[in-house]
Design a binder for this molecule. Structure first.
Ligand code: ADP
Ligand code: MG
Length: 449
Protein backbone atom coordinates (compact mmCIF):
# COMPACT_ATOMS: atom_id res chain seq x y z
CA UNK A 1 0.00 0.00 0.00
CA UNK A 2 1.24 3.49 -0.90
CA UNK A 3 0.88 6.35 1.51
CA UNK A 4 -1.09 9.29 0.17
CA UNK A 5 -2.73 12.21 1.88
CA UNK A 6 -6.43 12.99 1.61
CA UNK A 7 -5.66 15.98 -0.60
CA UNK A 8 -3.45 13.98 -2.98
CA UNK A 9 -5.89 11.13 -3.20
CA UNK A 10 -8.76 13.45 -4.03
CA UNK A 11 -6.72 15.49 -6.47
CA UNK A 12 -5.51 12.51 -8.45
CA UNK A 13 -8.89 10.81 -8.56
CA UNK A 14 -10.50 14.08 -9.59
CA UNK A 15 -8.03 14.60 -12.41
CA UNK A 16 -8.89 11.23 -13.89
CA UNK A 17 -12.58 11.61 -13.36
CA UNK A 18 -12.50 15.01 -15.00
CA UNK A 19 -11.26 13.56 -18.26
CA UNK A 20 -14.08 11.02 -18.14
CA UNK A 21 -17.03 13.16 -17.16
CA UNK A 22 -15.98 16.48 -18.65
CA UNK A 23 -15.33 19.94 -17.37
CA UNK A 24 -18.91 20.99 -16.84
CA UNK A 25 -19.97 18.12 -14.62
CA UNK A 26 -16.74 18.33 -12.70
CA UNK A 27 -17.33 21.99 -12.01
CA UNK A 28 -20.92 21.35 -11.12
CA UNK A 29 -20.55 18.39 -8.80
CA UNK A 30 -17.01 17.92 -7.72
CA UNK A 31 -15.45 21.31 -7.35
CA UNK A 32 -17.41 22.21 -4.20
CA UNK A 33 -16.05 19.09 -2.50
CA UNK A 34 -13.18 19.39 -0.07
CA UNK A 35 -11.10 16.45 1.13
CA UNK A 36 -10.78 16.64 4.90
CA UNK A 37 -8.95 13.58 6.12
CA UNK A 38 -7.88 10.07 5.25
CA UNK A 39 -7.95 7.80 8.25
CA UNK A 40 -8.24 4.05 8.61
CA UNK A 41 -9.00 3.66 4.94
CA UNK A 42 -11.81 6.20 4.95
CA UNK A 43 -11.65 9.45 3.04
CA UNK A 44 -13.80 12.17 4.58
CA UNK A 45 -15.17 14.68 2.10
CA UNK A 46 -16.78 17.94 3.01
CA UNK A 47 -19.79 18.97 0.93
CA UNK A 48 -21.93 22.10 1.28
CA UNK A 49 -25.23 20.25 1.53
CA UNK A 50 -27.07 16.99 1.06
CA UNK A 51 -27.79 17.82 -2.54
CA UNK A 52 -24.13 17.30 -3.31
CA UNK A 53 -23.56 14.14 -1.31
CA UNK A 54 -26.67 12.55 -2.83
CA UNK A 55 -25.79 13.69 -6.31
CA UNK A 56 -22.22 12.46 -6.08
CA UNK A 57 -23.25 9.11 -4.63
CA UNK A 58 -25.77 8.61 -7.35
CA UNK A 59 -23.49 9.58 -10.17
CA UNK A 60 -19.91 8.88 -9.29
CA UNK A 61 -19.65 6.71 -6.21
CA UNK A 62 -18.66 3.48 -7.94
CA UNK A 63 -16.17 5.16 -10.18
CA UNK A 64 -14.67 7.17 -7.34
CA UNK A 65 -14.20 4.06 -5.22
CA UNK A 66 -12.34 2.29 -7.97
CA UNK A 67 -10.21 5.35 -8.73
CA UNK A 68 -9.32 5.63 -5.05
CA UNK A 69 -8.32 1.98 -5.07
CA UNK A 70 -6.07 2.58 -8.06
CA UNK A 71 -4.46 5.69 -6.61
CA UNK A 72 -4.02 4.47 -3.03
CA UNK A 73 -3.32 0.85 -3.85
CA UNK A 74 -5.90 -0.34 -1.35
CA UNK A 75 -9.62 -0.25 -0.62
CA UNK A 76 -10.78 3.23 0.45
CA UNK A 77 -14.22 4.12 1.76
CA UNK A 78 -15.96 7.50 1.58
CA UNK A 79 -17.59 9.47 4.32
CA UNK A 80 -19.45 12.65 3.45
CA UNK A 81 -19.59 15.43 5.95
CA UNK A 82 -22.21 18.05 5.32
CA UNK A 83 -21.12 21.39 6.59
CA UNK A 84 -23.65 24.08 6.26
CA UNK A 85 -23.13 25.37 9.71
CA UNK A 86 -22.85 29.06 9.02
CA UNK A 87 -21.97 29.94 12.56
CA UNK A 88 -18.51 28.75 11.75
CA UNK A 89 -17.96 31.29 9.03
CA UNK A 90 -20.30 34.09 9.92
CA UNK A 91 -20.52 36.46 12.83
CA UNK A 92 -23.38 35.69 15.21
CA UNK A 93 -26.70 36.89 13.96
CA UNK A 94 -28.63 39.74 15.50
CA UNK A 95 -31.96 38.90 17.06
CA UNK A 96 -34.65 38.47 14.44
CA UNK A 97 -36.50 41.74 14.02
CA UNK A 98 -40.03 41.92 15.29
CA UNK A 99 -41.24 44.50 12.81
CA UNK A 100 -43.84 42.95 10.57
CA UNK A 101 -42.59 42.14 7.10
CA UNK A 102 -45.82 43.34 5.58
CA UNK A 103 -44.54 46.92 5.88
CA UNK A 104 -44.88 47.80 2.25
CA UNK A 105 -41.81 48.70 0.36
CA UNK A 106 -41.25 48.83 -3.31
CA UNK A 107 -39.61 45.73 -4.64
CA UNK A 108 -37.11 46.47 -7.34
CA UNK A 109 -38.03 46.94 -10.93
CA UNK A 110 -36.65 44.12 -12.94
CA UNK A 111 -35.69 44.99 -16.47
CA UNK A 112 -38.18 42.99 -18.56
CA UNK A 113 -35.74 42.86 -21.47
CA UNK A 114 -33.21 40.88 -19.50
CA UNK A 115 -34.56 37.37 -19.90
CA UNK A 116 -33.08 33.94 -20.48
CA UNK A 117 -34.56 33.90 -23.97
CA UNK A 118 -32.63 37.06 -24.78
CA UNK A 119 -29.37 35.70 -23.44
CA UNK A 120 -27.21 34.05 -26.07
CA UNK A 121 -25.44 30.90 -24.92
CA UNK A 122 -21.78 30.33 -25.68
CA UNK A 123 -18.90 28.42 -24.14
CA UNK A 124 -18.00 31.55 -22.21
CA UNK A 125 -21.26 31.66 -20.27
CA UNK A 126 -22.80 28.20 -20.54
CA UNK A 127 -22.34 27.14 -16.94
CA UNK A 128 -23.31 30.52 -15.51
CA UNK A 129 -26.49 30.56 -17.52
CA UNK A 130 -27.45 26.92 -16.92
CA UNK A 131 -27.04 27.43 -13.19
CA UNK A 132 -29.11 30.59 -13.33
CA UNK A 133 -31.89 28.69 -15.06
CA UNK A 134 -31.88 25.91 -12.49
CA UNK A 135 -32.08 28.52 -9.78
CA UNK A 136 -35.03 30.19 -11.42
CA UNK A 137 -36.81 26.81 -11.55
CA UNK A 138 -36.23 25.94 -7.93
CA UNK A 139 -34.84 28.86 -5.96
CA UNK A 140 -33.23 28.27 -2.61
CA UNK A 141 -32.56 24.60 -3.11
CA UNK A 142 -29.43 23.54 -4.91
CA UNK A 143 -27.18 26.42 -5.80
CA UNK A 144 -27.30 28.64 -2.81
CA UNK A 145 -25.69 31.09 -2.56
CA UNK A 146 -24.81 31.55 -6.20
CA UNK A 147 -21.86 33.78 -7.09
CA UNK A 148 -21.34 35.01 -10.65
CA UNK A 149 -17.93 36.35 -11.54
CA UNK A 150 -17.06 38.14 -14.71
CA UNK A 151 -15.56 41.25 -16.26
CA UNK A 152 -17.54 44.36 -17.05
CA UNK A 153 -20.27 44.10 -19.67
CA UNK A 154 -20.33 40.33 -19.95
CA UNK A 155 -23.89 39.69 -18.83
CA UNK A 156 -23.89 39.34 -15.04
CA UNK A 157 -26.61 41.89 -14.48
CA UNK A 158 -28.59 40.46 -17.37
CA UNK A 159 -28.50 36.98 -15.81
CA UNK A 160 -29.51 38.27 -12.41
CA UNK A 161 -32.55 40.03 -13.83
CA UNK A 162 -33.34 36.94 -15.87
CA UNK A 163 -33.44 34.88 -12.68
CA UNK A 164 -35.71 37.45 -11.04
CA UNK A 165 -37.99 37.73 -14.06
CA UNK A 166 -38.36 33.98 -14.38
CA UNK A 167 -39.15 33.51 -10.69
CA UNK A 168 -41.74 36.30 -10.80
CA UNK A 169 -43.34 34.82 -13.86
CA UNK A 170 -43.86 31.49 -12.15
CA UNK A 171 -44.65 32.85 -8.72
CA UNK A 172 -46.18 36.30 -9.10
CA UNK A 173 -46.25 36.76 -5.33
CA UNK A 174 -42.64 35.86 -4.75
CA UNK A 175 -40.67 38.57 -3.02
CA UNK A 176 -37.76 39.03 -5.36
CA UNK A 177 -35.39 41.91 -4.84
CA UNK A 178 -32.65 43.00 -7.20
CA UNK A 179 -30.28 45.59 -5.81
CA UNK A 180 -26.70 46.68 -6.19
CA UNK A 181 -24.39 46.54 -3.24
CA UNK A 182 -24.08 50.30 -3.56
CA UNK A 183 -27.82 50.71 -3.02
CA UNK A 184 -27.68 48.24 -0.18
CA UNK A 185 -24.95 50.23 1.55
CA UNK A 186 -26.76 53.53 1.06
CA UNK A 187 -30.01 52.12 2.29
CA UNK A 188 -28.33 50.66 5.31
CA UNK A 189 -26.65 53.94 6.17
CA UNK A 190 -29.99 55.72 5.76
CA UNK A 191 -31.67 53.20 8.03
CA UNK A 192 -29.02 53.69 10.71
CA UNK A 193 -29.40 57.46 10.52
CA UNK A 194 -33.18 57.35 10.69
CA UNK A 195 -33.42 54.74 13.38
CA UNK A 196 -35.11 52.47 10.90
CA UNK A 197 -32.94 49.41 11.14
CA UNK A 198 -35.85 47.17 12.10
CA UNK A 199 -37.73 48.04 8.96
CA UNK A 200 -34.59 47.61 6.88
CA UNK A 201 -34.00 44.17 8.31
CA UNK A 202 -37.62 43.17 8.05
CA UNK A 203 -37.56 44.08 4.41
CA UNK A 204 -34.44 42.17 3.54
CA UNK A 205 -35.18 39.18 5.69
CA UNK A 206 -38.64 38.64 4.31
CA UNK A 207 -37.41 38.09 0.77
CA UNK A 208 -37.69 34.88 -1.19
CA UNK A 209 -34.85 35.80 -3.46
CA UNK A 210 -32.16 38.45 -3.02
CA UNK A 211 -30.05 39.42 -6.01
CA UNK A 212 -27.10 41.63 -5.08
CA UNK A 213 -25.10 43.00 -7.97
CA UNK A 214 -21.49 44.22 -7.97
CA UNK A 215 -20.59 43.06 -4.50
CA UNK A 216 -17.14 44.62 -4.85
CA UNK A 217 -18.63 47.95 -3.82
CA UNK A 218 -19.24 46.65 -0.33
CA UNK A 219 -15.58 45.97 0.30
CA UNK A 220 -14.15 47.80 3.22
CA UNK A 221 -17.56 49.13 4.29
CA UNK A 222 -17.39 47.05 7.38
CA UNK A 223 -20.72 47.58 9.03
CA UNK A 224 -22.61 47.20 5.78
CA UNK A 225 -20.66 44.08 5.06
CA UNK A 226 -21.63 42.69 8.44
CA UNK A 227 -25.23 43.63 7.94
CA UNK A 228 -25.14 41.89 4.60
CA UNK A 229 -23.90 38.72 6.25
CA UNK A 230 -26.62 38.85 8.85
CA UNK A 231 -29.16 39.19 6.07
CA UNK A 232 -27.43 36.45 4.18
CA UNK A 233 -27.47 34.19 7.20
CA UNK A 234 -31.16 34.76 7.88
CA UNK A 235 -32.16 34.17 4.27
CA UNK A 236 -29.98 31.15 3.86
CA UNK A 237 -31.29 29.53 6.99
CA UNK A 238 -34.83 29.86 5.77
CA UNK A 239 -33.76 28.42 2.42
CA UNK A 240 -34.20 31.58 0.43
CA UNK A 241 -32.17 32.13 -2.68
CA UNK A 242 -29.20 34.50 -2.70
CA UNK A 243 -27.37 35.52 -5.85
CA UNK A 244 -24.31 37.74 -5.83
CA UNK A 245 -22.12 39.09 -8.63
CA UNK A 246 -18.61 40.41 -8.67
CA UNK A 247 -16.82 42.11 -11.55
CA UNK A 248 -13.45 40.58 -10.76
CA UNK A 249 -12.17 37.07 -10.79
CA UNK A 250 -10.77 35.86 -7.49
CA UNK A 251 -7.29 36.32 -8.97
CA UNK A 252 -7.87 40.02 -9.52
CA UNK A 253 -9.44 40.66 -6.16
CA UNK A 254 -7.95 42.54 -3.30
CA UNK A 255 -7.51 40.47 -0.15
CA UNK A 256 -10.47 42.21 1.45
CA UNK A 257 -12.67 41.29 -1.44
CA UNK A 258 -11.39 37.75 -1.41
CA UNK A 259 -12.35 37.52 2.20
CA UNK A 260 -15.88 38.69 1.52
CA UNK A 261 -16.40 36.46 -1.45
CA UNK A 262 -14.74 33.39 0.02
CA UNK A 263 -17.50 33.31 2.59
CA UNK A 264 -19.93 32.80 -0.24
CA UNK A 265 -17.91 30.40 -2.29
CA UNK A 266 -18.99 27.22 -0.65
CA UNK A 267 -22.31 27.73 -2.39
CA UNK A 268 -21.97 27.66 -6.11
CA UNK A 269 -19.65 29.74 -8.26
CA UNK A 270 -19.66 30.28 -12.00
CA UNK A 271 -17.74 32.73 -14.09
CA UNK A 272 -18.54 34.44 -17.35
CA UNK A 273 -15.65 34.94 -19.71
CA UNK A 274 -15.46 37.22 -22.72
CA UNK A 275 -17.43 35.57 -25.54
CA UNK A 276 -15.64 33.89 -28.44
CA UNK A 277 -16.19 34.98 -32.02
CA UNK A 278 -19.15 32.71 -32.74
CA UNK A 279 -20.91 33.84 -29.61
CA UNK A 280 -20.24 37.49 -30.46
CA UNK A 281 -21.76 36.94 -33.88
CA UNK A 282 -24.78 35.23 -32.37
CA UNK A 283 -25.24 38.05 -29.86
CA UNK A 284 -25.10 40.69 -32.60
CA UNK A 285 -27.64 38.80 -34.70
CA UNK A 286 -29.95 38.40 -31.73
CA UNK A 287 -29.74 42.06 -30.74
CA UNK A 288 -30.24 43.18 -34.34
CA UNK A 289 -33.29 40.99 -34.57
CA UNK A 290 -34.69 42.41 -31.34
CA UNK A 291 -34.13 45.90 -32.70
CA UNK A 292 -35.79 45.00 -35.99
CA UNK A 293 -32.61 45.90 -37.80
CA UNK A 294 -31.08 43.89 -40.57
CA UNK A 295 -27.31 43.97 -40.76
CA UNK A 296 -25.38 42.40 -43.64
CA UNK A 297 -23.35 39.35 -42.69
CA UNK A 298 -20.01 40.90 -43.58
CA UNK A 299 -20.73 43.84 -41.28
CA UNK A 300 -21.72 41.50 -38.45
CA UNK A 301 -18.48 39.62 -38.93
CA UNK A 302 -16.46 42.82 -39.02
CA UNK A 303 -17.98 44.16 -35.81
CA UNK A 304 -17.79 40.82 -34.01
CA UNK A 305 -14.15 40.36 -34.90
CA UNK A 306 -13.19 43.92 -33.94
CA UNK A 307 -14.88 44.18 -30.57
CA UNK A 308 -13.79 41.39 -28.29
CA UNK A 309 -13.79 42.33 -24.71
CA UNK A 310 -17.27 43.41 -23.87
CA UNK A 311 -20.84 42.69 -24.91
CA UNK A 312 -22.04 46.13 -23.92
CA UNK A 313 -19.64 47.62 -26.45
CA UNK A 314 -20.98 45.26 -29.11
CA UNK A 315 -24.47 46.41 -28.35
CA UNK A 316 -23.48 50.06 -28.41
CA UNK A 317 -21.92 49.60 -31.83
CA UNK A 318 -25.06 48.06 -33.18
CA UNK A 319 -27.13 50.98 -31.99
CA UNK A 320 -24.82 53.45 -33.71
CA UNK A 321 -24.91 51.46 -36.92
CA UNK A 322 -28.68 51.42 -36.76
CA UNK A 323 -28.84 55.17 -36.27
CA UNK A 324 -26.58 55.66 -39.26
CA UNK A 325 -28.61 53.36 -41.43
CA UNK A 326 -31.93 54.92 -40.60
CA UNK A 327 -30.42 58.29 -41.42
CA UNK A 328 -29.02 57.36 -44.83
CA UNK A 329 -31.42 54.59 -45.75
CA UNK A 330 -28.64 52.89 -47.68
CA UNK A 331 -27.40 49.36 -46.85
CA UNK A 332 -24.39 49.33 -44.59
CA UNK A 333 -20.98 48.39 -45.87
CA UNK A 334 -17.97 47.27 -43.86
CA UNK A 335 -16.25 50.55 -44.71
CA UNK A 336 -19.16 52.51 -43.29
CA UNK A 337 -19.02 50.42 -40.16
CA UNK A 338 -15.28 50.95 -39.78
CA UNK A 339 -15.77 54.64 -40.12
CA UNK A 340 -18.73 54.91 -37.75
CA UNK A 341 -17.10 52.79 -35.09
CA UNK A 342 -13.56 54.03 -35.25
CA UNK A 343 -13.57 55.51 -31.74
CA UNK A 344 -15.06 52.41 -30.19
CA UNK A 345 -12.64 50.15 -32.00
CA UNK A 346 -9.59 51.97 -30.74
CA UNK A 347 -10.95 51.70 -27.21
CA UNK A 348 -11.56 47.99 -27.25
CA UNK A 349 -8.99 46.86 -24.87
CA UNK A 350 -8.07 43.28 -25.26
CA UNK A 351 -4.40 44.16 -25.06
CA UNK A 352 -2.76 43.14 -21.82
CA UNK A 353 -1.30 45.67 -19.46
CA UNK A 354 2.46 46.15 -19.67
CA UNK A 355 4.85 46.51 -16.76
CA UNK A 356 6.28 49.70 -18.32
CA UNK A 357 2.87 51.32 -18.27
CA UNK A 358 2.41 50.41 -14.63
CA UNK A 359 5.80 51.86 -13.77
CA UNK A 360 5.06 55.05 -15.66
CA UNK A 361 1.66 55.61 -14.04
CA UNK A 362 2.85 54.77 -10.54
CA UNK A 363 5.94 56.96 -10.87
CA UNK A 364 3.75 59.85 -11.96
CA UNK A 365 1.36 59.36 -9.08
CA UNK A 366 4.12 59.36 -6.46
CA UNK A 367 6.23 61.98 -8.24
CA UNK A 368 9.29 59.79 -8.57
CA UNK A 369 11.32 58.72 -11.60
CA UNK A 370 10.80 55.40 -13.32
CA UNK A 371 14.52 54.85 -12.96
CA UNK A 372 14.15 55.13 -9.18
CA UNK A 373 11.60 52.35 -9.28
CA UNK A 374 14.20 50.24 -11.03
CA UNK A 375 17.00 51.37 -8.74
CA UNK A 376 18.24 50.16 -5.39
CA UNK A 377 17.38 53.07 -3.15
CA UNK A 378 15.48 52.02 -0.03
CA UNK A 379 14.15 55.27 1.36
CA UNK A 380 10.45 55.04 2.11
CA UNK A 381 9.49 57.63 -0.50
CA UNK A 382 10.83 55.33 -3.17
CA UNK A 383 10.42 51.90 -1.64
CA UNK A 384 6.63 52.29 -1.33
CA UNK A 385 5.93 53.27 -4.94
CA UNK A 386 8.30 50.53 -6.05
CA UNK A 387 6.38 47.97 -4.05
CA UNK A 388 3.08 49.29 -5.32
CA UNK A 389 4.30 49.01 -8.91
CA UNK A 390 5.55 45.48 -8.28
CA UNK A 391 2.27 44.51 -6.69
CA UNK A 392 0.27 45.93 -9.59
CA UNK A 393 2.54 44.14 -12.04
CA UNK A 394 1.73 40.88 -10.26
CA UNK A 395 -2.02 41.35 -10.36
CA UNK A 396 -2.48 43.15 -13.68
CA UNK A 397 -0.07 41.40 -16.06
CA UNK A 398 0.51 37.78 -16.80
CA UNK A 399 4.26 38.09 -16.21
CA UNK A 400 5.94 35.78 -13.73
CA UNK A 401 7.55 37.22 -10.63
CA UNK A 402 10.93 36.47 -12.20
CA UNK A 403 10.07 38.54 -15.28
CA UNK A 404 8.74 41.32 -13.10
CA UNK A 405 11.89 41.35 -10.98
CA UNK A 406 13.92 41.67 -14.17
CA UNK A 407 11.80 44.60 -15.34
CA UNK A 408 12.58 46.36 -12.06
CA UNK A 409 16.30 46.59 -12.67
CA UNK A 410 17.10 42.92 -12.23
CA UNK A 411 15.65 42.21 -8.82
CA UNK A 412 15.09 38.77 -7.45
CA UNK A 413 11.65 37.17 -7.71
CA UNK A 414 11.51 36.88 -3.92
CA UNK A 415 11.74 40.68 -3.71
CA UNK A 416 8.70 40.89 -5.94
CA UNK A 417 6.75 38.41 -3.85
CA UNK A 418 7.73 40.23 -0.69
CA UNK A 419 6.46 43.50 -2.17
CA UNK A 420 3.23 41.84 -3.16
CA UNK A 421 2.62 40.48 0.33
CA UNK A 422 3.42 43.77 1.91
CA UNK A 423 1.04 45.74 -0.29
CA UNK A 424 -1.69 43.15 0.16
CA UNK A 425 -1.40 43.56 3.88
CA UNK A 426 -1.54 47.31 3.63
CA UNK A 427 -4.63 47.12 1.44
CA UNK A 428 -6.26 44.89 3.96
CA UNK A 429 -5.54 47.26 6.80
CA UNK A 430 -6.32 50.53 5.14
CA UNK A 431 -9.43 51.20 3.03
CA UNK A 432 -7.99 54.49 1.82
CA UNK A 433 -4.99 52.73 0.48
CA UNK A 434 -7.31 50.29 -1.25
CA UNK A 435 -9.04 53.22 -2.95
CA UNK A 436 -5.67 54.51 -4.09
CA UNK A 437 -4.79 51.14 -5.58
CA UNK A 438 -8.14 50.93 -7.33
CA UNK A 439 -7.65 54.36 -8.84
CA UNK A 440 -4.17 53.45 -9.99
CA UNK A 441 -5.53 50.36 -11.70
CA UNK A 442 -8.11 52.44 -13.56
CA UNK A 443 -5.42 54.95 -14.60
CA UNK A 444 -3.17 52.19 -15.83
CA UNK A 445 -5.92 50.64 -17.93
CA UNK A 446 -6.72 54.05 -19.37
CA UNK A 447 -3.05 54.63 -20.13
CA UNK A 448 -2.83 51.36 -22.04
CA UNK A 449 -5.44 52.48 -24.51
P1 ADP B 1 -22.33 43.10 -16.54
O1 ADP B 1 -23.38 43.18 -15.49
O2 ADP B 1 -21.58 41.81 -16.53
O3 ADP B 1 -21.41 44.27 -16.57
P2 ADP B 1 -24.59 43.32 -18.33
O4 ADP B 1 -25.41 42.21 -17.81
O5 ADP B 1 -24.99 44.70 -17.96
O6 ADP B 1 -23.06 43.08 -17.97
O7 ADP B 1 -24.50 43.17 -19.91
C1 ADP B 1 -24.18 44.25 -20.77
C2 ADP B 1 -25.06 44.20 -21.98
O8 ADP B 1 -24.69 43.07 -22.76
C3 ADP B 1 -26.51 44.00 -21.61
O9 ADP B 1 -27.30 44.82 -22.43
C4 ADP B 1 -26.79 42.53 -21.88
O10 ADP B 1 -28.09 42.33 -22.33
C5 ADP B 1 -25.80 42.21 -22.97
N1 ADP B 1 -25.33 40.83 -22.94
C6 ADP B 1 -24.29 40.32 -22.23
N2 ADP B 1 -24.13 39.02 -22.45
C7 ADP B 1 -25.10 38.66 -23.31
C8 ADP B 1 -25.48 37.43 -23.93
N3 ADP B 1 -24.81 36.30 -23.72
N4 ADP B 1 -26.53 37.44 -24.76
C9 ADP B 1 -27.21 38.58 -25.00
N5 ADP B 1 -26.91 39.77 -24.46
C10 ADP B 1 -25.87 39.82 -23.62
MG1 MG C 1 -23.61 44.67 -14.10
Amino acid sequence: MKTVTAAELWKQALERLRSEVGEEDTELWLRPVQPLSLENGVLTLRVPNKFFSDGIKERYLKRLLSLFREVAGSEIGIDFRIERDLTRVLPPSDPVPVASPQSDFALSDLNPRYTFEGFVIGESNRLARATAESIAKSPGTQYNPYVIYGGVGLGKTHLMHAIGNAIRRQHPKARVLYTTSEQFVNEYIGAVQNNALDAFRAKYRSLDCLLIDDIQFMIGKERSEQEFFHTFNALFDSRKQIVVSSDRSPKEMSPLEQRLVSRLEWGFVADIKPPDLETRIAILRKKAELEGFSVPDDVVLFVASSIKSNVRALEGSLIRLKAFQSMTGAPLSVDDARDILKDTLSLDDASPVRVETIQRVVALKYSVDVKDLKGQQRTASIALPRQVAMYLSCVMTDQSSTDIGRAFGGKDHSTVLHARKKIEKKIEEDPFFLELINRLQADIKAAER
